[in-house]
Design a protein around this ligand. Structure first.
Ligand SMILES: [Zn+2]
Length: 95
């Protein structure tokens, strides 16, 4: 199922859903738009960004985002239990 863990529409590119994903290297969950690769470390940060925060977001990530292919490789889908563990399950959009 696509966009199973979506939390909102991307405020930056206005073209994609923002989803909960997992950074495979750090094993941290983050919010991520796979249309523009913008990402947020917390839900509060995401909600603050109804204006574009493109450059700031890129500075905050701990891994290389210049190469889209490399970035995608490090993003994996978390389990629902992992999302519950950090309390983000309440943010998931229910259709
Ligand atoms: Zn986007």
């Amino acid at each position: 199922m696509m966009y199973e863990f979506k939390v909102g529409w991307c405020p930056f590119c206005d073209q994609g859903w923002v989803e909960i994903v997992k950074n495979q290297m750090t094993e941290e969950l983050l919010l991520y738009c796979n249309e523009c690769n913008t990402n947020w470390k917390t839900y509060d940060d995401f909600k603050k960004d109804d204006i574009p925060a493109y450059f700031r977001q890129y500075e905050e990530v701990e891994f290389e985002v210049d190469c889209e292919a490399e970035f995608s490789f490090n993003i994996i889908k978390p389990t629902y239990q992992e999302i519950i563990n950090i309390g983000w399950d309440k943010y998931i959009f229910k259709d």
